[in-house]
Design a binder for this molecule. Structure first.
Ligand code: M6R
Length: 609
């Protein structure tokens, strides 16, 4: 989704803004622009396309020279990606950048047109610039902002500069992220911390319906009535290195390699004396005993992590768990009550549908638990309880390490749940936790097999469509493996429960159609193998991903990827196995000449529904 930056200080503003936008590239965008005060005039440069095009434009048109300005990367919603639809938008006195969607923009546009405003772009955002101008009088920007915000419906993060105030940046938010960086004699606004991490680690979270003014005295905060608000400054735990590639060709590969470490960190933070411990976040055994049903709701990869969580919780705790796509859950009028526990899972903590699902669950009286990677995110702050996963910044659009720490958290929850409800003994909870402690090594062993994953990927590069199949936990993994592959390699792929293929989909299998069979679950191995053989008999090219030592009939497998899980319980093997699937997806993308970090059309954090 769009990225916003803003700066006021002694540095070269254009450089700070461009650098910040580069750090926000991971969010996904199709155009970019900046507006900087140069000799008290606002100079705007914007273009459709990537930041490299923006840099060329700055070279040819001349870089604005100044110390105060705003910048933007746009992910088109209203109006195609074009120069004119790119942000910033201006009407002379007010210049803005906007992330989010103004739902009543058509109404506003009609009203403003009647007032004599003309619109240059097809965006919803331009209405905000005009409305700010409409309310701007007596050199009072704060009044213009508060009046404007009262009329906006939808979501926004806004960066605003007023022509009359060349040493001020204003910003406001509702529903879209915006963070204020507090430096020494300089201040920043940004959609995410990495945009200013190089200059300062101190930040303030802007809440919904709050406004910030950056000027030479620092950052001042106001509410919707224009009254001052006291805010707390926090310090980011991430360092610059964590938000950089550190020698890896892509963030995605770096993030895959970080998994042993982040899984270990997350394990350490959620266990004490060898057992899962959620008491710090207020999730007690008594509360778990009182839970009637569990719902897990999320989007994309986070939702697929939820499916692993469902299988684990139902297996060990014997509590019914329903996994629901957040964009469906929020509109399906779910039947919820105070005994229900609704778990929302999100890397970014800003996904609009997941947040709305959480709000709905809260409003219906259910207990809510968030599993979130960004601890300052809206979802983390909204939920009754929050498990903070410790993946660190995940920059690549395709989620990898965040998935692993999400499932680690859900496994631990499953074990504690089972113990609290008497489904397992304390020693069994300890045993399962100690097995989970072995997963970082098992993950490392899989990552060491990158070459084999690359070879498997090389077998797929000319294919147009393929299938993933598996049963139980392997089916949950198939869903994630298939999503990962298609989102970055652009190869069409489908994931099927292995037993379901013959109910229709098997008709799509032709000579050499690749079928990636995940066969790690020993109690149903024979069943999975039968399904694999059914497709082999119809000409499929079989890549089997299995436990070391798994035997298949001669000729039934074309490529075998045997993984060393050590003594891991079958329930836990999704953790190392997913790394092989991530690597296959990564190499398929690279071998097809794509940029795995920035797949086309996708955004990292989806703040629209
Ligand atoms: O930030 P979230 O975890 O809430 O994001 C959910 C999905 O948008 C995300 O997992 C998406 O599916 C990724 N592109 C998957 O790699």
């Amino acid at each position: 989704m769009c990225g916003i930056v803003g700066y006021l200080g002694a540095r070269d503003c254009t450089e700070v803004l461009m650098d910040g936008l580069e750090k926000l590239e991971y969010r996904g965008y199709d155009s970019a622009g900046i507006a900087v005060f140069e000799n008290n005039e606002i100079k705007t440069v914007k273009t459709r396309g990537k930041l490299s095009q923006m840099k060329n434009k700055l070279e040819t048109e001349g870089k604005p020279v100044g110390h105060c300005g705003i910048g933007h990367t746009r992910w088109a919603t209203h109006g195609e990606p074009s120069d004119v639809n790119s942000h910033p938008h201006s009407n002379g006195r007010v210049t803005i950048v906007h992330n989010g969607i103004i739902e009543n923009y058509a109404e506003l546009k009609e009203f403003l047109t009647e007032q004599g405003y003309t619109f240059l772009s097809q965006t919803d955002s331009e209405a905000v610039a005009c409305l700010l101008d409409y309310y701007y009088s007596e050199r009072n920007p704060l009044h213009a902002i508060t009046e404007t915000l009262k009329e906006l419906r939808g979501s926004y993060a806004l960066g605003i500069i007023f022509k009359d105030f060349p040493e001020r940046v204003y910003a406001a938010r509702r529903g879209s992220p915006l963070i204020v960086g507090v430096g020494d004699g300089e201040s920043f606004i940004a959609s995410d911390i990495p945009a200013f991490l190089k200059y300062t680690k101190d930040y303030v979270l802007l809440d919904d319906d709050e406004i910030v003014r950056l000027d030479k005295d620092g950052a001042k905060f106001f509410d919707l009535h224009g009254l001052p608000v006291k805010k707390e400054t926090q310090t980011a735990e991430w360092d610059v290195e964590q938000a950089q590639k550190c020698g890896f060709p892509h963030y995605m590969l770096k993030e895959i390699h970080e998994q042993p470490e982040v899984v270990q960190k997350t394990l350490d933070s959620l266990t004490s004396e060898g057992v899962p411990d959620f008491s710090e976040i207020g999730l007690t055994d008594e509360m778990l005993r009182g839970v009637g049903r569990v719902f897990i709701t999320a989007c994309g990869t986070a939702m697929y992590a939820g499916i692993v969580g469902k299988y684990a919780i139902e297996k060990v705790a014997r509590v019914p768990v329903a996994v629901e796509i957040a964009s469906e859950f929020r509109y399906m009028n779910p039947i919820l009550n105070a005994e229900d526990l609704v778990i929302v899972v999100s890397q970014s903590g800003e996904t609009a549908d997941t947040k709305a699902a959480l709000e709905l669950a809260k409003s219906r009286g259910a207990k809510t638990l968030a599993v979130v990677n960004v601890k300052y995110s809206a979802i983390a702050r909204l939920a009754d309880m929050c498990v903070n996963t410790l993946a660190g910044p995940e920059i690549a659009v395709a989620s990898t390490k965040a998935y692993s720490v999400q499932i680690v958290s859900l496994y631990l929850l499953a074990f504690r749940f089972a113990y609290a409800r008497g489904a397992i003994s304390e020693s069994e909870m300890k045993r399962l936790t100690s097995l989970l402690e072995q997963t970082p090594q098992a993950i490392s062993r899989v990552i060491e097999r990158s070459d084999e994953c690359q070879f498997a990927a090389s077998q797929l590069i000319n294919t147009e469509t393929l299938f993933f199949i598996g049963r139980g936990f392997d089916y949950a993994l198939s869903l994630e493996g298939s999503l990962k592959l298609k989102e970055i390699s652009y190869i069409h792929s489908e994931a099927y429960a292995a037993g379901e293929l013959k109910h229709g989909t098997i008709s799509l299998i032709e000579q050499n159609t690749p079928v990636i069979t995940i066969a790690t679950q020993r109690h149903i191995l024979e069943k999975t193998i039968s399904n694999m053989e059914e497709v082999k008999a119809r000409g499929a090219y079989i890549i089997a991903i299995c436990r070391k030592g798994t035997m298949f009939a001669e000729g039934s497998v074309d490529l075998k990827l045997e993984l060393d899980f050590g003594d891991l319980d079958d329930m836990l093997v999704p953790l190392p196995t997913v790394c092989a699937l991530q690597l296959i997806a990564y190499y398929s993308s690279v071998l097809r000449g794509n940029d795995p970090d920035k797949p086309r059309n996708l955004a990292k954090s989806v703040t629209t529904e």
